[in-house]
Design a protein around this ligand. Sequence first.
Ligand SMILES: Nc1ncnc2c1ncn2[C@@H]1O[C@H](COP(=O)(O)OP(=O)(O)OP(=O)(O)O)[C@@H](O)[C@H]1O
Ligand SMILES: [Mg+2]
Length: 342
Amino acid sequence: MDAATAAIVQAIELVAVTKRYASGAPPAVEAIDLRIPSRSYCCLLGPSGCGKSTTLRMIAGHESVTSGDILLENRNITRLPAAARGTAMMFQSFALFPHLSALDNVAFSLKVKGVPRAERHRRAAELLERVAMSAFAQRKPGELSGGQQQRVALARALITEPRVFLLDEPLSALDPFLRVQMRTELRRWQRELELTFIHVTHSQEEAMALADNIVVMNHGRVEQVGAPRDIYNAPATEFIARFLGGHNVIATAQGRVAVRSDHLRVGRDRFGAPGAPTLAATVTDIEYQGCYVLLGLLSQDAAGDRPLCAMLPEAEYLRHQYLPGEPVHLGWHAHQAHALAR
Ligand SMILES: Nc1ncnc2c1ncn2[C@@H]1O[C@H](COP(=O)(O)OP(=O)(O)OP(=O)(O)O)[C@@H](O)[C@H]1O
Ligand SMILES: [Mg+2]
């Protein structure tokens, strides 16, 4: 296979995958079609209950599929047991064995397979070195920090030599500072190991920071798939614009549009060419955020009262010093307003 052909191999393909936990119940996942390219970092993003974990568990083989097919590198794995699929999963709580050392935790699945002690310890030690944890090989999980436990959990999953690595909210047990640090590490590991990562999160910030492709889910369906920048700049639906944050949804005579908060212009005088989009608004609150200032605004669009938000660079805010209660004019460039599907 040449490089160009190899580049388009799909690590995972879901074909019309549906999951119903009980017959007659509404589907948790409904007719999902999805292709995840090999060696890419994919984030499944969406609100609580939208079906992210269900989708991941069906790929892992921890949950059966009601209908549809799951392919891994063109191999149909829909009915294979979890251990035979070529996937490995890392859980939110890391699920390490508290009574085993880091080394024995990593070696555990090889022990189950009957690999001799010296060989399994050699391979576990290699993996601990890879995640910079050699110095902690003999420590028990309770003697490790959250970030260190996460590295052990990663090494333990990697020892099965998976083709596709599945992560369900892997950073949510960590404090905010460590979360950002481990996020960078996850991305580095994915590149170094040249594996496909599928990472479930309900944090748009995490998905934007990590993903080559984001799959936005809502009510068991896929709403949009794309690179973070494409989704952020052209959210397909009102749900996505609101869920991503940083956008205003405005009803115009031509339909609903999304305008980024940093693209909403604010002035004391009406501006723009005649006919350019504009709205009258009142400043409701002002939040200082450091390099920018958030202005809360109340306006009336084609659908009635509408709270909006404008993000102004600090210097621009300081030039104008808007006050709560003050009437202002809002505007935006027509090309910065993206029409939303209903
Ligand atoms: N084992 C189960 N039995 C019955 N219903 C379930 C089961 N697991 C999940 N569900 C339901 O399926 C839907 C999707 O759940 P899922 O766990 O996939 O959501 P999620 O997107 O991972 O949410 P969260 O962000 O809260 O983890 C929910 O309505 C949930 O209540
Ligand atoms: Mg979940």
